[in-house]
Design a binder for this molecule. Structure first.
Ligand SMILES: [Zn+2]
Length: 105
């Protein structure tokens, strides 16, 4: 039996995953997501002025890009508590994002 997908949420493509995260886990500040060639990173996020920027290496396959996106989104949700670290708040946010991803995919 094929897996049932929810109609309003799709994570199957990178852009759909971005839309799902924006909808399910809104952020206080705007988030810009860019895919580009990165030499030493698979992806990272930074806070610049009044916005967050997520950069993800565009030479990775799309599924991997989605996984990195979920990881980076959790950093933004936990930014006030943990900054860019993998601290306890990041862990909780990552779990919430991962759970949503797992339930909706
Ligand atoms: Zn990280």
């Amino acid at each position: 039996m094929p897996m049932k997908r929810k109609k309003d949420l799709h994570w199957g493509t990178f852009l759909a995953a971005v839309a799902s995260l924006r909808k399910k886990f809104p952020t206080d500040l705007p988030v810009i997501v860019r895919r580009q060639k990165l030499e030493h990173n698979s992806g990272y996020c930074t806070k610049k002025d009044d916005k967050f920027i997520i950069k993800i290496c565009n030479t990775l396959d799309e599924n991997t890009q989605v996984l990195i996106l979920v990881h980076e989104w959790a950093h933004i949700l936990a930014w006030d508590a943990d900054g860019g670290d993998h601290g306890p708040s990041w862990g909780k946010c990552y779990a919430r994002c991962w759970r949503a991803f797992s339930e909706d995919f």
